[in-house]
Design a protein around this ligand. Structure first.
Ligand code: NDP
Length: 440
């Protein structure tokens, strides 16, 4: 912390993981002997590079590009690319660190990585997005490949951006291979990949509730975000009989008591790419709370009364201690995280203290990366599986992640603590693989 005070998010993620690893570190000398902690917090490789591109006015713009190849003990580096103005080395490093344990938890052969740029796709023309993506890949192409490092999407990177990046990779290398996941269905993408993170996050909530003899049916749900993860969380909630009553973007929150209209949301965010207040044009009975009217110490979406479940699906640190207390006071019984590290450490302590069900992001949102690995498997074997086949595999993977985290939590004496369970289960696999592979 003292040597790199600017890496706040990275230290936040490391602290959370190290705290929950204490029980396994204390009882296993081999991890100390092999300096696993010292090695696991240090990325195998970090790339930072200049991304120059020409805007529509002919002016040269420059962004910072990143790729962190964090850990390859279990397989090729795997993790998304984020394009957002807030991106910096700390954010990419925290995401990469979390990705190691998440990927291990899926039980699939994938290592951990992450990348992105401080580029803001909002308001950019198609041509500008393409030129940016081409410049980004003109540097990154030499470091990635289907058996070395396989990027995917994240905030600000969807099918369009993956298309432009793949096109440039193919042009520079001459290879048509599975170097990206989240590809278009026309050229190697997997059915159900787009839906997988949101669907998986809802399956995870379903398994947590089932274990307590409860179901999703009839439950009112608060969802934050209005992007890929939020949209398919809302879709699956409806399919399983729950009622999502909110969504949000960086301009504000929509509260629709009779249930968010999914068609309107998809039209606004997947087709027209506009701000959420436009939702009111089609649904005047809904309310829009602009960010300026949020409580001074929190996020309005978590203060809406009358919901039993919460699904944070926007971004890191979007749910703080005051928000968590409001959720608990309003009768929330379960939180399943679609986003990465959306709850601050204080908020997590509120959930654990109140003994409500809490599915941390690295377990609850692992369905996305797991389905990316299914895309890699289809590409490598030149096969194409049906939507139902992929969705069925996703359900099994999510159930196994839930079981693995809850059984590990019980093994270490804190049965309902899925933070502890997920961190230890993920760590154990990676650490043992690192020991078996020697000092590298
Ligand atoms: P999208 O870009 O599709 O959507 C992100 C959503 O979150 C948008 O509605 C965006 O609003 C909102 N948002 C982003 N930053 C902020 C902010 N600082 N304040 C308020 N709202 C914000 O991204 P995804 O849905 O793919 O990703 C959402 C989260 O899920 C991220 O944490 C990501 O890391 C995580 N995740 C994604 C996976 C995937 O498969 N896509 C897999 C696993 C985790 P606006 O458009 O106004 O900025």
């Amino acid at each position: 912390k003292q040597t790199s005070p600017a890496q706040a998010e990275f230290y936040q993620a490391v602290e959370e993981v190290l705290e929950s690893l204490q029980p396994i570190l204390e009882t296993n000398e081999k991890y100390q002997l092999h300096s696993i902690i010292e090695r696991i917090v240090e990325p195998e490789r970090q790339l930072m590079f200049r991304v120059p591109w020409v805007d529509d006015q002919g002016k040269v713009q420059v962004n910072k590009g990143y790729r962190i190849e964090f850990n390859s003990a279990l397989g090729p580096y795997k993790g998304g690319l984020r394009f957002h103005p807030s991106v910096n080395a700390s954010i990419i490093k925290f995401l990469g660190f979390e990705q190691i344990f998440k990927n291990a938890l899926t039980g699939l052969p994938i290592g951990g990585g992450k990348g992105g740029a401080n580029f803001d796709p909002k308001g950019k023309s198609d041509g500008e997005i393409m030129r940016f993506c081409q410049s980004f890949i003109s540097e990154l192409y030499r470091h990635i490949g289907p058996t070395t490092d396989v990027p995917a999407g994240d905030i600000g990177v969807g099918g369009r951006e993956i298309g432009y990046m793949f096109g440039q990779y193919k042009r520079l290398t001459g290879n048509f291979d599975g170097v990206f996941t989240g590809k278009s269905l026309l050229w190697g993408g997997s059915l159900a990949r787009k839906e997988a993170t949101g669907y998986g996050c809802v399956y995870f909530a379903q398994y947590m509730l089932e274990d307590k003899g409860d179901t999703l049916a009839g439950k009112r749900c608060l969802v934050s975000g209005a992007g890929n993860v939020a949209i398919y969380t809302i879709e699956k909630l409806y399919q399983l009989g729950a009622i999502p009553v909110s969504c949000s973007d960086s301009s504000g929150t929509i509260h629709h008591e009779s249930g968010i209209n999914l068609d309107t949301l998809k039209e606004l965010k997947e087709v027209r790419h506009v701000r959420l207040n436009e939702y009111l044009t089609a649904h005047p009975d809904a309310t829009f709370i602009p960010v300026a009217d949020y409580p001074a110490d929190g996020n309005a979406v978590w203060h809406l009364a009358g919901a039993q479940l919460a699904f944070p699906c926007a971004t890191q640190n979007e749910l703080n201690e005051a928000d968590a207390k409001a959720l608990v006071a309003n009768g929330c019984i379960a939180v399943s995280e679609g986003a990465n590290m959306p709850s601050t450490q204080d908020a997590v302590e509120v959930f654990l203290g109140a003994k409500i069900l809490y599915g941390p992001g690295k377990a609850a949102n692992a369905g996305g990366v797991a389905t990316s690995q299914l895309e890699m498997a289809q590409n490598a074997s030149m096969q194409r599986w049906s939507f139902e086949e992929v969705d069925e595999k996703l359900k099994v993977i999510m159930k196994n992640i839930y079981r693995n985290a809850s059984e590990t939590a019980a093994e270490f004496g804190d049965p309902n603590n899925l933070v502890l369970g997920a961190n230890i289960a993920g760590f154990r696999k990676v650490a043992d693989a690192m020991i078996e592979q020697g000092v590298v």
